[in-house]
Design a protein around this ligand. Structure first.
Ligand code: TRP
Length: 331
C-alpha cells in the first residue's frame, strides 16, 4: 500500500512563484509515489479572514485551478475542501482539551504571525481570536484525520507539526494508540525573493509574480524589478548578486546564464536589455501553465473538488469512528 501524504494550502490568493518553487513543483513528484490528499484549507483561511468570506470562497476555486495548471493530476491527487469534512471540526474540539493556552501562545509560527499582524494593523492586531490562536489544533486534526504520515511543508510550518505530534502522543497515551504521528517532508527550496528584493515573495508585500499573470503584467512587473542600485549608466559594471533580474534568470534557469552574469559584471549588458530578455523567458516559462489552466473551466474544477472531497469524507468517517471508540463516546 502507498503511504499517505497530506498537505494543505490556505485559499487566500493565487499561487505565485514562491508557491511554485517552494511547494507545487515538489507535489508533482509526490503524486506518483504516494496516496495524496491536498486540502484547500478554507476553515483555516477564515481564522484570519472571517470578515472576508467572498475572498476565501473565490480563492478555493482559484487556487485549485492554479494547482491543476502546474500539472497536478486529479486522478492521482485528492483535492478536497476542508469545510466539507465536519470530522476535522469535531476532532479539533476533542484535541483542544490536550493543549494548553500557554503552549499555543509559545508556538513560534503563531507567535510570528501575531507579531506580523501587530506590525500591519497596529493595536487592532492585538485582538487575537480564539479561533486564530487555536488553528494549530485544527491543523493537527487536518493531518491526523487522514492518517497523514508524511506532510510536505516549508520550514515555517515545523512548529505546527511538532505541536501536532505532541497532541498525537497525548491522545495515544490517554486513550490508547489510535493516531499516527506525522513526519514532515521539508521543502529543500529556500524562499523565493520578491521583485523588490525582499527575502520573501508575498501577496501582502505586493512583490509577487503570479502564475496567472498575463504577458503585459509580467512585463510591467519585471521592468520595475530591483537591480544593483550602484549601476547608473548602461555600461557600468554591476553585481548580478544584487539584482533581482539576474536572480529570476537563475530561478527559471534562463539560457546562457553564465553569459548574462559575465556581461553584467563587465558592464556589457544594460538593465533594460536584460529585463526584456527575462520578460521573454518568464513568459515562455509560464506559457505551458497558462495553457493548462485553460482546460480547467469552473465547472470542471468544481467536479474535481467534489470527487476528491467524497473520497476525503470516506476516509474521515473511518478515522472518526476510531477516535470516538478510543474516547468512549461511540454511542
Ligand atoms: N498552515 C498551512 C499554511 O499556511 C496550510 C495547512 C492547512 C496545512 N492545513 C494543513 C499544511 C495541514 C500542512 C498540513 O501553509
Amino acid at each position: 500500500m502507498k503511504k499517505q501524504i497530506l498537505t494543505g494550502i490556505r485559499p487566500t490568493g493565487n499561487l505565485h512563484l514562491g508557491h511554485y518553487f517552494g511547494a507545487g513543483k515538489n507535489y508533482l513528484k509526490y503524486q506518483d509515489d504516494y496516496d495524496f490528499f491536498l486540502e484547500i484549507a478554507d476553515v483555516q483561511a477564515l481564522t484570519d479572514n472571517f470578515d472576508n468570506p467572498d475572498k476565501v470562497r473565490e480563492n478555493v476555486y482559484e487556487i485549485t485551478a492554479d494547482l491543476l495548471s502546474i500539472g497536478l493530476d486529479p486522478k492521482k491527487v485528492n483535492f478536497f475542501i476542508q469545510s466539507k469534512i465536519p470530522e476535522i471540526a469535531e476532532a479539533t474540539v476533542f484535541y483542544s482539551n490536550l493543549v494548553t493556552i500557554a503552549r499555543l501562545e509559545r508556538n513560534p509560527t503563531v507567535k510570528s504571525e501575531i507579531a506580523q499582524k501587530k506590525e500591519l494593523f497596529g493595536n487592532k492586531g492585538e485582538s487575537i481570536t480564539y479561533g486564530f490562536l487555536g488553528y494549530p489544533v485544527s491543523q493537527a486534526a487536518d493531518i491526523t484525520i487522514f492518517d497523514g504520515e508524511l506532510v510536505p511543508v516549508g520550514e515555517d510550518q515545523l512548529p505546527l507539526l511538532e505541536q501536532c505530534r505532541e497532541i498525537v502522543r497525548k491522545f495515544n497515551s490517554i486513550y490508547g494508540t489510535t493516531l499516527k504521528e506525522p513526519k514532515e517532508i521539508l521543502s529543500t527550496t529556500t524562499r523565493v525573493k520578491g521583485l523588490d528584493g525582499n527575502e520573501k515573495m508575498g501577496k501582502s508585500l505586493g512583490n509577487a509574480i503570479y502564475l496567472v499573470d498575463d504577458e503585459d503584467t509580467i512585463a510591467k512587473k519585471i521592468m520595475q524589478a530591483k537591480t544593483d542600485t550602484t549601476k547608473i549608466k548602461k555600461d557600468d559594471p554591476a553585481d548580478p548578486d544584487k539584482c533581482m533580474v539576474y536572480y529570476y534568470h537563475k530561478l527559471i534557469d534562463s539560457n546562457n546564464l553564465d553569459n548574462i552574469c559575465a556581461e553584467c559584471k563587465k558592464g556589457a549588458r544594460g538593465c533594460v536589455e536584460c529585463k526584456k530578455e527575462l520578460i521573454k523567458n518568464m513568459n515562455e516559462f509560464l506559457e505551458p501553465i497558462r495553457k493548462e489552466r485553460e482546460k480547467y473551466n469552473p465547472e470542471l474544477v468544481k467536479e474535481i473538488l467534489d470527487e476528491g472531497t467524497k473520497k476525503a469524507q470516506e476516509k474521515a468517517k473511518d478515522t472518526m469512528k476510531r477516535i470516538k471508540e478510543a474516547m468512549k463516546i461511540d454511542y
